[in-house]
Design a protein around this ligand. Structure first.
Ligand SMILES: [Zn+2]
Length: 218
C-alpha cells in the first residue's frame, strides 16, 4: 500500500516541444497525442495539481480512479501505474516519478467541501471544481459540470490510516520534483492548479507548476 517507485526521466527539457507555466490557482487544458510525453513539474514544492484525463476522441470515456486502483492493486500512483478510463482503456502510463506519492482518493476541492472541512466563511474561496469548469468553458467543446468525474491529485499526500481513514498530510514533494506520463492514446488533459489556501497538501500557499511536452520520437 505504501509502494513508491522513484525513477527520474532521461528526457531533456531543452528537447521539449512545448513548455508552459501554469500560475497558482489557474486551470490548464491541453490535448496530448498518442505517444507524446507530458511532465508536470512542482516548481516550488508542495503544490497539489488536480488533473482529469479524457479520451480525446470521446469525452464520455474518461479517467476512472476506481478502475485504476483495482487493476494495479495500489491506491497510490507512481512509476509504472497505468491510468485506466471508465471504458477500461489505458489513457496514459506514468513513466517517471521523482515525488513518489500522488493521490487519487481525495477528489477535487469544492466550495462546498471547503465549508464542511474548514469553515462556513471559506465558502467564497476559489476551489478546483470551479477551476475545472473554467477550463472546460475555455475549451468550449460542450463539456459541463457532469464531465467533472474522478481526478488525480499529483504531488498530494493523502495517506490511508490503518483504521481506514483518509488524512490530508503535509506534502512529500519539493521544488522541481516531477511526474511524467506517456499518452497511450490521444488524451485531453484538464488541470486545476489547486487554489486552496486551507489545505496542508498545498503548504497553505498555492504556487506555479510547469508543463513540458515531448513528441513521440524523442
Ligand atoms: Zn483544489
Amino acid at each position: 500500500m505504501h509502494t513508491t517507485n522513484l525513477k527520474p526521466s532521461s528526457l531533456m527539457p531543452e528537447a521539449a516541444l512545448h513548455s508552459f507555466v501554469v500560475e497558482a490557482g489557474d486551470p490548464f487544458v491541453f490535448e496530448i497525442a498518442q505517444g507524446q510525453y507530458v511532465r508536470i513539474v512542482d516548481l516550488e514544492g508542495n503544490q497539489a495539481v488536480d488533473t482529469i484525463f479524457y479520451n480525446a476522441q470521446d469525452y464520455s470515456d474518461r479517467y476512472s480512479a476506481q478502475d485504476t486502483i483495482r487493476e494495479q492493486g495500489n491506491i497510490y500512483l507512481t512509476t509504472g501505474t497505468a491510468l485506466l478510463s471508465t471504458n477500461g482503456r489505458v489513457l496514459l502510463t506514468i513513466t517517471s516519478d521523482t515525488c513518489g506519492r500522488h493521490d487519487t482518493l481525495g477528489g477535487a476541492c469544492a466550495t462546498e467541501s471547503n465549508m464542511v472541512r474548514y469553515d462556513l466563511a471559506k465558502g467564497h474561496m476559489h476551489a478546483c471544481r470551479n477551476s475545472f469548469l473554467k477550463g472546460l468553458q475555455f475549451w468550449n467543446h460542450g463539456m459541463d459540470k457532469r464531465d467533472i468525474a474522478s481526478n488525480i491529485n499529483f504531488f498530494m499526500n493523502v495517506p490511508v490510516t490503518p483504521d481506514g481513514k483518509l488524512t490530508f498530510e503535509d506534502g512529500v514533494s519539493d521544488a522541481d520534483k516531477y511526474v511524467e506520463l506517456r499518452a497511450e492514446m490521444d488524451v485531453l488533459m484538464v488541470i486545476s492548479n489547486c487554489p486552496q489556501l486551507n489545505n496542508p497538501c498545498n503548504g497553505y500557499n498555492p504556487t506555479p507548476i510547469q508543463i513540458l511536452i515531448w513528441d513521440k520520437n524523442v
